[in-house]
Design a binder for this molecule. Structure first.
Ligand code: HEC
Length: 478
């Protein structure tokens, strides 16, 4: 009797939602409406051997997770795309569901997940298994495979890939082939010619060495390469531009490993697409650092002078340890940065017209939001929105490449505004109870950097291929 009532109520609810049995027949079905959305937006990660914890390839799999699917898409936590769609962009490979797609998923779940007719199903999606851009000119593999335990904390490790090239080359595109997609969460890459990364590697007993925010203590990075995250696709840099790869340079990859529940091994590969001849335009990396207040600047100058007197340059940690100081319990600590003339000791306005190709906000676990803007040197100080991360998530950081590079004139400058949540209520907070957090390399440190990539806008910018890309900077992203 009870059961009869329950079924009756469900039936009434269904009519209530869809206006009667005939309308219901036209409601969304898995094969006709839902499969295509999941294929396009979810399967690159939600299939066997990929980073997501379960597959979404079949009706049964989707039905089992139906209410979660509706929930995470409603909340826009899946597919992972922390950037706002209303500010900046548009970006390449933007992973964002249309409102109508979210509504379809919701209606399908509310209707009880009707399967529909398999004849309506779209053809299965094919995934490129090898190198999508074709065979790379140079493939570098992690020198030893790395063994991960089944559980425990995420690991952040840098591996040194020696290139041993006899001469300088230019990189037109970089691709990554994670050795084990179940555990590789993201890959940051850069170039080192100092040998410092090799030293750190030699000191660490296991393959590679540990480093969370960047490439480790004292590595004077020569240049950055694009970041890999699940679903990101390799692309060529704009015509005539590329990254310099100095002879004998080491390519560094910082791997973010997320444990899968089982012991796993990884030997990731990097594929480089090289140019036969020097390219006229070098892809360069710029950094916008936090603003230093006048009262902090005086103290900092004394400190910097003392450090220079020791015959070395201050590290970013030494520079910013009094600038970024996040008190425990502060749920909305603000940091601003600007390269407006006279505003910053560390970042200057643009010295030439550029094409801005990508942006990459960088913070650690306490990051909350990040807004990055370019300001034109015109009378109105026109603001060009670049990117806004509304809900920063350290697990889903990446290089955001503009669908069309943005042209910025000489004299334009950048601004950023970011917030941190160092409260007990922040589930990402690595310290319980929260403690004072300052700039640094450790998981329990923070950073705030607006990283951007650009090429010179017209004519050649003609640096010799060996010209250092970051030498004039205080040091590295750490
Ligand atoms: C770029 C990779 C990627 C894409 C694309 C993706 N997911 Fe996920 N998904 C993950 C990972 C990884 C997890 C595990 C939790 C985490 O790391 O955030 C996850 C977790 C989930 C969960 C479990 C919820 C939770 O909080 O643990 C659901 C449900 C989900 N995804 C649904 C979807 C749906 C639906 C889509 C497409 C609309 C989608 N995902 C697209 C990677 C992805």
């Amino acid at each position: 009797m009870r059961r009869g009532i329950a079924i009756g109520l469900a039936w009434v609810a269904a009519i209530g939602t869809f206006g009667g049995p005939s309308a219901r027949a036209e409601g969304p079905t898995y094969y006709k409406d839902v499969a295509g959305i999941i294929q396009k937006n979810c399967q690159e990660c939600h299939r066997p051997g990929q980073v997501a914890p379960f597959s979404l390839l079949t009706y049964e799999q989707a039905r089992k997770r139906a209410s979660d699917i509706s929930h995470v898409t409603d909340e826009r936590t899946m597919p992972p795309w922390p950037a706002s769609t209303k500010f900046g962009g548009p970006f390449v490979d933007q992973r964002v569901l249309a409102d109508s797609e979210i509504a379809t998923l919701r209606a399908w779940v509310e209707a009880g997940c009707p399967e529909g007719n398999p004849k309506d199903a779209p053809p299965a999606r094919e995934f490129a298994s090898d190198w999508p851009l074709g065979k790379p000119d140079l493939v570098l593999t992690m020198p030893e495979s790395y063994e991960l335990s089944g559980d425990g904390k995420d690991e952040f490790r840098v591996f040194v890939l020696k290139t041993d090239l006899p001469e300088d080359r230019w990189i037109r595109a970089v691709d990554f082939k994670p050795g084990n997609r179940k555990v590789v969460h993201h890959i940051i890459a850069g170039i080192d010619t100092s040998g410092r990364a090799r030293e750190l590697d030699a000191k660490d007993k296991k393959p590679g060495y540990e480093a969370i925010g960047g490439f480790g203590d004292g590595v004077p990075l020569r240049g950055f390469l694009p970041i890999w995250t699940p679903g990101s696709r390799a692309r060529y840099q704009p015509e005539g531009s590329g990254y310099v790869l100095p002879s004998k340079a080491d390519l560094l990859i910082q791997m973010h490993y997320h444990k899968s529940g089982k012991a796993e091994t990884d030997a990731t590969q990097v594929g480089l697409y090289l140019s036969d001849k020097p390219l006229p335009k070098q892809v360069r990396t710029g950094f916008l650092f936090p603003e230093i207040q006048p009262e902090q600047a005086a103290k900092l100058m004394t400190k910097v002078q003392n450090i220079m007197a020791e015959g070395r340059r201050p590290t970013l940690e030494e520079t910013f340890e009094d600038v970024l100081v996040i008190p425990p319990g502060d749920a909305n600590y603000e940091i601003k940065g600007s390269s407006k003339p006279g505003k910053s000791m560390m970042s200057q306005p643009l010295r030439r017209d550029i094409l801005l190709t990508s942006v990459m906000p960088h913070m650690h676990w306490l990051g909350k939001d990040f807004t990055f803007t370019a300001v034109l040197p015109d009378e109105k100080q026109t603001r060009i929105p670049l990117i806004k991360i509304d809900r920063w998530n350290f697990n889903w950081q990446g290089t955001y490449a503009f669908a069309e590079p943005i042209r910025l004139p000489k004299g334009a400058y950048f601004e950023m505004e970011a917030h941190f949540d160092n409260s007990e209520a922040n589930p990402a907070n690595p310290s319980h109870p929260p403690k004072v957090v300052t700039w640094g390399e450790q998981t329990t440190n923070e950073m705030c950097i607006g990283v951007y990539e650009f090429v010179a806008a017209d004519g050649a910018d003609a640096p010799t291929p060996t010209a250092p890309t970051t030498k004039a900077r205080p040091s590295r992203l750490r």
